[in-house]
Design a protein around this ligand. Sequence first.
Ligand SMILES: O=C(O)c1ccccc1NCC(=O)[C@H](O)[C@H](O)COP(=O)(O)O
Length: 223
Amino acid sequence: MHVKFCGFTQLSDIQTAAQLGADAVGLVFYPPSPRAVTIEQAQTLSAAVPAFVSVVALVVNMPKEELVKLANDVPFDILQFHGDETPEQCEQLASRVNKRWIKALRINVEQDTPDSVRAQVAQFADAGASSILLDAYHQAAYGGTGQRFDWSLIPHDSALPIVLAGGLDAQNVAETSNLPIYGVDVSGGIEVDKGKKDAAKMRAFMKAVKRDRWQNATVTDAI
Ligand SMILES: O=C(O)c1ccccc1NCC(=O)[C@H](O)[C@H](O)COP(=O)(O)O
């Protein structure tokens, strides 16, 4: 199980996340978010991330010129499109800045079914996405809402590895162990305040994931 911690604004928090073994750390480039960072903050934060930890730049409907400037100014590894971007827009924007990308789909329990989610994932797979992040739909926010969605809507035969987000924390993350997912993403569940992470919560989250991972490991997994 891979772990992405998202929404860093503080240097010490991102250093702690890396020390604890997070696979990826996310920076939010969406000014309305309480977790948004400036280019200058992002440069400082990304410079503190060691090798083998991916820096993910999260954008929401960002115009091309702004994205080009972001990619020129901040070293990051993966783009996360978390707005209303279509597969074609993601493909064009990501190729313009020469980055691998993932797409967040916000699951609306009133409308979505496993088949509709599978079909959307297939479209983003065709466009070249590396992974899909599934988050809860909220009418007033694009993400970071702390809300879970109905996990039975996660398709089993997805065309892309799925990262599960939305309302996860150290207490409930073990419940994800039998889901068809590649990784988990958390923001609010490791915070004391929006954008301010809590070292104890990050540690507890990692312990819960790793404990569960090794309890369920097969011999092949463990090699
Ligand atoms: O975190 C934000 O403020 C945010 C704003 C706009 C779009 C996306 C945002 N966060 C996306 C994330 O990757 C979060 O980690 C994900 O939504 C899970 O958040 P949470 O439910 O708080 O764990």
